[in-house]
Design a protein around this ligand. Structure first.
Ligand SMILES: NC(=O)c1ccc[n+]([C@@H]2O[C@H](COP(=O)([O-])OP(=O)(O)OC[C@H]3O[C@@H](n4cnc5c(N)ncnc54)[C@H](O)[C@@H]3O)[C@@H](O)[C@H]2O)c1
Ligand SMILES: [Fe+2]
Length: 401
């Protein structure tokens, strides 16, 4: 019997421009918004890797004065860095923001834009739906294929004093334009290529089974899973493989559109708790928790895992990936095969499989309960398809350790 379709709202206002050298279009886009003094938010690694070159050249060619550059974003941006960037941008009378970097840079740039637009401390707008009007023009140019921040309406900023992540969420945080240029990812090292790609896979898998999933998000997730399973080992092995880089960039953007409209789940809730406490990278932490989170959810969504696995088996036949042994395991039923395929993909990409491998110290029962208490109040968990107790979360932490 056909299930009744539950009501949904699907909102995705970001204009997406994909292709090699699309970064050179940034000047025209800034001009199109009527802006002339953008703040360019980035980090020191990207400056060193020469990624600012095309952006500055494009702005100059469009007749725009040199941007004000803020290149001090640390991995896992913090609130102090946001405040510093806001001060610089306001002093220079910036009228728009460009974020060039991974999720840390893009999230920083989003929150900086709040402070630049309203001229108040950004903490006044922490939380969900606290913004009531439009921000200055914001262009997101991702240099990792993972977070989906270039099309999402949220930003996560670390509070180093409280050791937790601050969430800013609003429809006004959607970037106006996302420029996806695969050439900007060539310098991304293999370890970060793999871990950021697995963040994207986690978005696709969690939003595919989330409580608020819907038909558009389902379609995005399936295509995203296909692109990621089929290309992540290639992109990890050879960073200059622009075909694999392109597929990853599009796959992670599609997963971003999906989780923005359908939510994530228990894996992200745990990754946020551990990232906040131990500073572990978001992508690696998700990659470690993903198979355990899927095992926990299996009894609630085995039909969806089964469907995804069977779909992927068909579409992967034409994948350009030469070795798919890590995908087709074939020993269990389809739903458990999907979980095994995730484990195989993690190991094919050389991503750590245990929390202890990423320097998480051995935890006492009380510490695990404390982390579980943080995860259970994380907004991500409310979309999870199976209700989790503190005991369930502690059990997952023990298994992932
Ligand atoms: N807003 C969202 O929707 C959303 C979703 C998921 C995660 N996040 C956030 O994103 C952050 C993680 O972002 P990330 O995984 O993209 O990593 P990241 O932005 O922290 O970058 C990791 C490292 O990679 C380097 N790097 C990035 N691109 C490079 C390139 N092309 N060449 C060389 N080096 C490069 C950076 O300099 C940095 O040192 C976390 O703070 C997480 O909370 C946000
Ligand atoms: Fe994520």
């Amino acid at each position: 019997m056909q299930q009744t379709m539950q009501p949904f709202t699907f909102h995705t206002p970001t204009r997406i421009s994909f292709g090699e050298d699309t970064a050179y279009g940034v000047g025209d886009i800034v001009a199109e918004f009527g802006a002339s003094r953008p703040l360019l938010v980035t980090d020191a690694n990207l400056l060193k890797a020469g990624l600012l070159g095309p952006i500055i050249e494009a702005l100059r060619e469009a007749g725009i004065a040199e941007p004000v550059i803020f290149d001090q974003v640390p991995p896992d941006s913090d609130i102090t860095c946001v405040r510093n960037a806001v001060n610089i941008a306001r002093a220079a009378s910036c009228d728009s923001v460009i974020g060039l970097g991974g999720g840390s840079v893009l999230d920083t740039a989003k929150v900086v834009n709040i402070g630049l637009t309203f001229g108040v401390d950004v903490m006044e707008f922490e939380g969900m739906n606290t913004l009531t009007s439009k921000l200055l023009p914001f262009i997101a140019i991702p240099t990792t294929a993972g977070t989906g921040s270039e099309v999402s309406a949220v930003a996560m900023i670390k509070d180093h004093v409280e050791h937790k992540k601050l969430l800013f969420g609003s429809r006004f945080l959607f970037p106006d334009v996302a420029i996806l240029d695969p050439k900007l990812l060539v310098s991304l090292p293999p370890g970060l290529t793999a871990s950021t790609g697995l963040d994207a896979l986690t978005h696709a898998i969690e939003s595919f089974v989330a409580m608020t999933k819907n038909s558009p998000s389902d379609a995005l997730c399936l295509e995203s899973m296909k692109l990621i399973f089929g290309n992540l080992p290639r992109a990890t092995k050879d960073g200059t493989d622009l075909e694999a880089r392109s597929a990853m960039l599009v796959g992670s953007m599609m997963a971003g559109l999906s989780f923005t409209n359908a939510g994530v789940g228990i894996v992200h809730a745990l990754a946020h708790a551990f990232g906040g406490r131990f500073g572990t990278h978001h992508g690696v932490t998700n990659a470690i928790f993903l198979p355990y989170g899927m095992e926990f959810n299996l009894e609630a969504v085995s039909d969806k895992f089964d469907m995804a696995y069977n779909y992927l088996c068909v579409v992967m036949r034409d994948s350009a990936e030469p070795s798919k042994s890590w995908f087709v395991s074939g020993k269990g039923d389809s739903a458990t095969n999907l979980i095994q395929a995730v484990r195989n993909l993690n190991s094919a990409c050389g991503v750590p499989s245990r929390l202890k491998d990423i320097k998480v110290p051995e935890l006492s029962e009380t510490e695990m309960i404390e982390l579980a208490e943080i995860a259970i109040t994380d907004p991500a968990i409310m979309f999870n398809p199976r209700l989790a107790s503190i005991e369930d979360l502690v059990e997952i932490i023990k298994r992932a350790y």
